[in-house]
Design a protein around this ligand. Structure first.
Ligand SMILES: [Cu+2]
Length: 230
């Protein structure tokens, strides 16, 4: 009787160990958190489908296949995602928070081979790697006439869509001023009576500040405005 008990516990124990091993080490339904080095290695393979789950758009890792602006509803991308659910998927966002949520949704959709960049684009960049700006242009031109005087811009709120071509005609009718919109590498001076034209592509989403970059008097510090890219 005692011997049988021992055997029973031995077999039972062995089964438990095998089950734990299977779920912890072999369970395919988990998300693999990877470093920037591992991520770079992964996405160098053509076979790997790469997803940016960060919004608003701040740029992307070269080789990205899908910018998932709708990162909370990955099922909305089923027609673009690989048909073969065992295709390796490499996913990232800015910090790792959004991509982990999206990755879990991919698991629920049946994908079995998911790699999540730990620390996201922040870690990618701090490891000395770059992002690329790869915005699809809308082909639309959004032109604004802006008047600079002492001490404001009029209008001081400009709104465009991601991918629009933006033209700013800025005239200084009173005093010497300038305009700085550093997020788009704009930094120009405007003498009194002059008009300048600035053209660029709105290649990132968000709300950005522009302001006068010339010390122009006591109202200078409040001479600013907002540039909004939807
Ligand atoms: Cu100023």
């Amino acid at each position: 009787m005692k011997k049988q008990n021992n055997l029973f516990f031995l077999i039972g124990g062995l089964l438990v160990v095998i089950l734990i091993f299977f779920f912890v080490f072999l369970n395919p339904n988990k998300i693999n958190s990877v470093s920037s080095d591992q991520f770079e290695q992964l996405i160098s393979s053509e076979e790997v489908y790469v997803i940016n789950a960060h919004t608003p758009y701040i740029g992307e890792i070269e080789g990205t296949d899908l910018n998932a602006y709708n990162w909370e509803n990955m099922d909305s991308y089923l027609d673009q995602l690989p048909e073969d659910k065992s295709t390796p998927i490499a996913i990232y966002c800015r910090s790792g928070r959004m991509s982990t949520i999206s990755a879990h949704q991919l698991l629920e959709l049946g994908y079995t081979n998911i790699y999540d960049l730990d620390g996201g684009m922040n870690t990618w960049q701090s490891s000395g790697r770059n992002l690329v700006q790869n915005v699809e242009e809308t082909g639309e031109i959004k032109e604004f006439d802006i008047v600079a005087n002492n001490w404001d811009f009029s209008p001081n709120k400009i709104e465009v869509n991601l991918g629009d071509q933006v033209i700013l005609n800025i005239e200084s009718v009173e005093g010497a001023h300038g305009i700085a919109l550093y997020d788009f590498e704009i930094n120009e001076f405007i003498n009194q009576g002059d008009q300048i034209t600035i053209e660029f592509i709105a290649n990132k989403q968000g709300t950005f500040s522009f302001y006068c970059n010339v010390p122009c008097g006591h109202g200078h510090s409040s001479m600013n405005g907002l540039f909004i890219v939807n």
